[in-house]
Design a protein around this ligand. Structure first.
Ligand SMILES: Cc1cc2nc3c(=O)[nH]c(=O)nc-3n(C[C@H](O)[C@H](O)[C@H](O)COP(=O)(O)OP(=O)(O)OC[C@H]3O[C@@H](n4cnc5c(N)ncnc54)[C@H](O)[C@@H]3O)c2cc1C
Length: 439
């Protein structure tokens, strides 16, 4: 039997912050205490330490996608770089990709400087191919990166790849800069650091409404915060606010985490560099080791549930875990005796053009950032700088990145309502499965 509990949540105890029970006036109110909201608070405080910043969070910092991510800190933006090049041209795609690439290193520096024990491992990750179609995709991605002027290593042969990770399924690999992290500890760590800088975080304080105005007001069940600027950073829950009602949908993704591997089990698979592994396909699978040598295997089906269902009961999906386990054994048949204790899921915020959106509403005093499509650990860090500059009204390299909705980029198109959305999402999944099966 599995625990439908997020593994990372068991690695750090939460001390709850008091909920909002008052009327408050401040400079900036951020709604949502995930990476987007927390990094925004951090960069604003770094830029202007005197700012009075308040965060209202429905549960506690890191409760959402940030604290249940698989922990791959990668330069991936939205779906893939190919789509960005097509829409924005290679120069703007490269600028965005380099900004997110810098974030990978800066997150590591942040953890060291602030003594955040987020189990950050600068291990790179390997995009691996397990069939011919995936190998063609690796070659295509590499050629594209080269055309864009991004330095890329060569594709590793089967022997070279298997010398790095002893999985008989791996036929080729492409090494890409990246890191691994414990995402919940990272989120809790950023929350601690911003509190030390004077930011107030209200836990268990879901925002029920944002009243627009010269100074917008954030309303919760227990109080109200009126601020010069409001930042909406609620990810998949952006659909609670009218301008975003049909702009984002929740797509579930699932993960399993084993019991700590024994020395004998560890000895059966060569994986000295502890790189994260991501399979080069549409409905990707990925795997990594945790700090305490558990193996995580994640991905596979990515369902949308009717009615934008985000309820936690969707973590109980035996068929998803059966598929993940099957895939795990395809990669690591020698780990047939590994026991999985944790099986859980979370919702990624998918937008129609598969790339994050940042911008402002209400004459500039409400800012937003969302739409990471399941690739947000590094991108939220970059996004925090984008939101800092949008909030401070500064024209910078960050406020000009392709993520920003401005005269060059429109907000994402709306999704249709159910049942059309449900039917469309199923059709897209089938198409991806068909593409992935075509070797
Ligand atoms: C299962 C899973 C695995 C993933 N793995 C990876 C990975 O390996 N690598 C990677 O790069 N990305 C990964 N991602 C994506 C990444 O986790 C997200 O893109 C990123 O965490 C988004 O951060 P966020 O702050 O925007 O959202 P969140 O972390 O979801 O934060 C939003 C916060 O807002 C709060 N909230 C919602 N509504 C309200 C309200 N009305 N009032 C107040 N607060 C509210 C929520 O409680 C939540 O804490 C994964 C996502 C999932 C779901």
């Amino acid at each position: 039997m599995y625990k439908h509990v997020v593994y990372w949540h068991d690695t750090e105890e939460v001390t709850a912050q008091a909920p909002l029970r008052d009327r408050v006036d401040c400079d900036i109110c951020i709604v949502g205490g995930g990476f987007t909201g927390l990094w925004t608070a951090y960069f604003l405080k770094e830029a202007e330490p005197a700012l009075d910043i308040r965060i209202v969070e429905a549960h506690h910092s890191g409760y959402g996608a940030s604290g249940r991510a698989d922990g791959f800190v990668t330069p991936t933006i939205g779906k893939d770089i190919q789509a960005l090049v097509k829409e924005f041209g290679s120069q703007r795609a490269l600028e965005a990709s380099q900004a997110v690439g810098r974030s990978i290193l800066e997150i590591g520096r942040f953890t060291r400087k602030n003594r955040v024990d987020a189990q950050y491992e600068a291990n790179d990750y390997l995009m691996v191919a397990t069939d011919d179609a995936q190998l063609r995709r690796l070659e295509h991605d590499r050629a594209l990166a080269e055309r864009m002027g991004a330095a890329q290593a060569g594709i590793l042969s089967r022997e070279e790849s298997q010398a790095l990770v002893g999985s008989p399924a791996v036929l080729a690999a492409l090494r890409t800069g990246g890191a691994l992290v414990n995402p919940f500890r990272l989120a809790r760590g950023i929350a601690r650091v911003v509190r030390e800088k004077g930011v107030t975080i209200y836990d268990d304080s879901p925002c029920l409404q944002v009243v627009p105005g010269v100074r917008p007001t954030v309303v919760t069940a227990g109080g109200r915060i009126t601020a010069d600027k409001v930042v909406l950073a609620t990810n998949v829950h952006m659909d609670a606010f009218p301008p975003f009602r049909r702009k984002v949908i929740p797509v579930w993704t699932y993960a399993m985490v084993s019991e700590p591997l024994t020395d004998a089990q560890l000895g059966r698979v060569n994986w000295e560099g502890r790189e994260g592994l991501v399979e080069a396909k549409s409905l990707l699978t990925c795997t990594r080791l945790t700090h305490d040598n558990r193996v995580m295997f994640a991905g596979g089906p990515a369902p949308y549930f009717y009615g934008r269902d985000k309820r936690q009961r969707n973590m109980n999906r035996p068929e998803a875990y059966r598929e993940i386990h099957r895939e795990f054994l395809r990669f690591f048949p020698m780990w047939h005796d590994v026991e999985f204790g944790y099986a859980y899921g979370g919702t990624a915020d998918v937008v129609r053009d598969y790339a994050p959106h940042f911008g402002t509403l209400g004459g500039g005093n409400i800012a937003y950032g969302y739409g990471y499509c399941g690739n947000g650990i590094a991108a939220t860090h970059t996004g925090g700088k984008v939101l800092r500059d949008l909030v401070l009204g500064k024209d910078t390299d960050y406020s000009r990145l392709l993520f920003v909705d401005d005269d060059r980029r429109k907000p994402p198109a709306s999704f249709p309502p159910d049942p059309f959305l449900y039917a469309g999402a199923r059709a897209v999944t089938r198409l991806m499965e068909w593409k992935d099966a075509r070797a």
